[in-house]
Design a protein around this ligand. Structure first.
Ligand SMILES: *Cc1c(COP(=O)(O)O)cnc(C)c1O
Length: 448
């Protein structure tokens, strides 16, 4: 087969130009995409022609989130080894469903999961699944919880469904991430059936406000609030849940990775006592999209929630991924997770966490020194800034996004609009932060 060498050139050029380009695409470049709109073409095109169209029209209309000055949402870049692995994985075109379809995918995914358990200090016999993101991981974990909590009440959720099933109580913090509510909806728990527990000024679930728990309760806690980066007091919450026999699920999309750094690991203390954990590879560990990880203490619970059978599905005594996640055929994305972690090693992962947290401090200090109001305790990589009234803050953010030096998003925090700065990319340099702080200050001065 002739290899499409030209893609290497086009991708390399794109990456080389990233540090110099504006972050949000120009509106005219987004509009140019419309020129591609046509009925399904009659005639074929070569791979090279297709790639040229993609590069000419697609590249300028991308957001430079792989570069160093994208601070929107919680967005990691792609480490070079993860990107390279992704290309090789695409060339391999392996189906990660069953070991017999790809021994390499199966082995490397399991190894990557072992390393993630080690980082989070979880028992080595926890079961896991590599999915598309933390939303899917939340869903997988909630399905395992659903299985276990209903089994205790004599109900088989997978066989008999949820109509007529005994109720499960769901308790969440008031600052629950919206993706967890989505996962609750998907898993049949319902978004509105939840009992919300008040949180403190940093968004942490207040243990003193916890309702009585029992063994029919699913308690969802959080490692890394999406706005402030704060951590629920896991040790106290998990102890209370353990005593009552409740299931604790942790949404740790990015925050759990703080466990990798000796400087920040204390924030994650106690989360290892939970029953299930969801996290992202594509956020802080800088695996490319898409990569999420679900981990469940009880292997039988996860397997029971996800397993299926047919005459042609191989019985095997190795771990077949399809029995631990929602999909059957899928990309071997565990290999990219393996590659990112293999390249970083323990020291590299710790350094990545510490460096990005350091950048967040630089943002907070620089903007505070300029007279703006940092609304949160900057405990990890998240910074919330107000530039005055909600209206003034919104105008600064809109203008910043339009100007293009960097990109920061908007959120609401305790009734006011805030700029949300999340530093999650390996690609962010000191100079990127300096340039971005200067741009924010200049724009805020002009707007205000
Ligand atoms: C980002 C995030 C999610 C959702 O993750 P996806 O990878 O976008 O599905 C869930 N919870 C928290 C706390 C997050 O920050």
């Amino acid at each position: 087969m002739k290899m499409p060498d030209f893609v290497l050139n086009e991708a390399a050029t794109y990456l080389r130009q990233l540090p110099g380009r504006r972050v949000a695409p120009l509106e005219e470049d987004v509009l140019r995409l419309q020129e591609l709109r046509s009925p399904f073409p009659e005639h074929s095109a070569s791979a090279q022609e297709v790639l040229q169209i993609l590069d000419e029209y697609g590249s300028p209309a991308t957001v430079a989130s792989a570069g160093g000055r994208y601070f929107g949402f919680v967005t990691g870049g792609t480490l070079p080894q993860a990107l390279a692995a992704s290309w090789l994985v695409s060339a391999w075109d392996q189906n990660a469903a069953f070991t017999v379809m790809s021994p390499a995918a199966s082995f490397l995914e399991e190894l990557a999961l072992d390393w993630v358990k080690e980082v989070f200090r979880l028992p080595s016999d926890c079961a896991g699944s590599v999915v598309t993101g933390a939303t899917a991981a939340n869903f997988v974990c909630l399905c395992a919880a659903r299985h276990e909590l209903l089994k205790r009440q004599g109900w088989d959720a997978e066989a008999d469904g949820l109509f007529g099933a005994p109720p499960i109580r769901v308790v969440v913090g008031d600052e629950v991430h919206t993706s967890l509510l989505k996962a609750l909806a998907l898993a049949g728990f319902g978004r509105n059936r939840v009992q919300r527990v008040p949180t403190d000024e940093q968004g942490r679930l207040r243990p003193d406000a916890l309702p009585e728990l029992d063994q029919n309760t699913l308690l969802c806690i959080q490692a890394g609030n999406v706005n402030t980066g704060s951590f629920d007091p896991a040790e106290e919450l998990c102890r209370a849940a353990q005593k009552a026999g409740a299931w604790v699920h942790v949404d740790g999309a990015f925050g759990l990775w703080a466990a990798a750094s000796p400087l920040y690991a204390h924030l994650t203390r106690g989360f290892e006592l939970a029953d299930s954990w969801s996290t992202d590879g594509h956020k802080w560990p800088n695996v490319g999209y898409d990569c999420g990880i679900a981990l469940v203490r009880s292997e039988p619970a996860l397997r029971a929630a996800m397993t299926f059978s047919a005459a042609y599905i191989p019985a095997s005594n190795t771990r077949d991924a399809a029995h631990y996640g929602p999909e059957m055929s899928r990309r071997a994305r565990g290999i990219e997770l393996w590659a990112a972690l293999r390249g970083l090693g323990k020291t590299g992962l710790a350094e990545l966490i510490e460096r990005t947290c350091g950048h967040a401090q630089t943002f907070a200090n620089g903007l505070r020194a300029a007279g703006f109001n940092v609304l949160n305790d900057v405990v990890i990589n998240q910074v919330l800034v107000s530039f005055g009234t909600s209206e003034q803050t919104s105008r600064v953010i809109t203008e910043l996004q339009r100007e293009g030096t960097c990109w920061c998003g908007t959120t609401q925090w305790h009734g006011q609009t805030a700029m949300r700065i999340s530093v999650s990319s390996w690609a962010t340099t000191d100079e990127d932060v300096e340039r971005s702080v200067e741009a924010i200050k200049k724009i805020a001065d002009a707007v205000l």
